[in-house]
Design a protein around this ligand. Structure first.
Ligand code: SF4
Ligand code: SF4
Ligand code: F3S
Length: 268
């Protein structure tokens, strides 16, 4: 088993901020080290790979050739749409769309990491100057798994990857192609402040007595009731805390209209 070849993963970063990769490095079970040294062969990743320039592109092409039909493509970031100027975002002189099309051709499946890749995200926000689109708008002949969040929970990213690599199957997905295991319930369904919501006890400002007593943040704009993600149970920073526990309303970062829905910190 020690000699077994680790599954090849090609990670493409397009119109993104590297926050998703930053978050991935905070995963603690498995850690990023466990992941890349024991479970997968991360053959291309702008931030984590040692190679650069032509050597990096060669690594991507070689990984595709050696693992044709079996490798996994992970994407973070959205792409300028097919009708947009391809020069808006390029890597090694290759437009994002061409690189995605070329790389996905021999892939077994595609995982769109973060709300940018899953739904267009920040680059897609009005007025969407690059005509940004999501991975699922372009990839129609391979299974796509969306793992949204801005960024996604580290343990959700590694959990989805581990599940796919262990069972070799696409997990059960919701209508937005999100794995139900992590996105099946709303933040509100699992929030520890929910008893205050049910009793009608709401903080009116960020530092009033209600806020200090842990009352519900709905009137401060919490989007937990319409946001599907696992923050309330898996939490952030190694299980330390999460936005609502830190006194910040959920902004709905794993939902499709995250940025354009706006109204941050305003009750709807
Ligand atoms: Fe950055 Fe958020 Fe987009 Fe990830 S989803 S690349 S954290 S803006
Ligand atoms: Fe729901 Fe937000 Fe209130 Fe928690 S703080 S109970 S998620 S509205
Ligand atoms: Fe995002 Fe809301 Fe979790 S803003 S990080 S889904 S609590």
């Amino acid at each position: 088993l020690e000699q077994a070849r680790r599954p090849s993963v090609i990670w493409l970063s397009f119109q993104e901020c590297t926050g998703c990769t930053e978050a991935l490095t905070r995963s603690y079970s498995p850690t990023i080290e466990d992941l890349i040294f024991d479970f997968i062969s991360l053959d291309y990743h702008h931030t984590l790979q040692a190679a650069s320039g032509d050597a990096a592109e060669h690594a991507r092409e070689e990984a595709m050739r050696a693992n044709w039909g079996q490798y996994l493509v992970i994407v973070d970031g959205s792409l300028p749409g097919p009708d947009a100027n391809p020069g808006y975002s390029t890597i090694a002189g290759i437009s994002n769309w061409t690189m995605l099309e070329e790389t996905v051709e021999g892939a077994a499946a595609v995982i769109a990491i973060g709300s940018c890749a899953a739904f267009g995200g920040l680059p897609h926000a009005r007025p969407n100057p690059t005509g940004a689109v999501a991975v699922m708008d372009l990839v129609h002949d391979k299974p796509v798994i969306n793992v949204p969040g801005c960024p996604p929970l580290p343990m959700v990213m590694t959990g989805v990857l581990a599940q796919y690599l262990t069972f070799g199957q696409i997990p059960e997905l919701d209508a937005y192609l999100r794995p139900r295991a992590f996105f099946g319930q709303s933040i509100h369904d699992r929030c520890y402040r929910r008893p205050f919501y049910d009793k009608g006890l709401f903080a009116a400002t960020f530092d009033d007595e209600g806020a200090r007593a842990g009352w519900c943040l709905y009137r401060l704009g919490c989007k937990g009731p319409s946001t599907y993600n696992a923050c309330a149970t898996m939490r952030w920073n190694g299980g330390t805390s999460w936005p609502v526990e830190a006194g910040a309303p959920c902004l709905g970062c794993s939902e499709s209209r995250f940025w354009d829905a706006g109204d941050f910190y305003k009750a709807l």
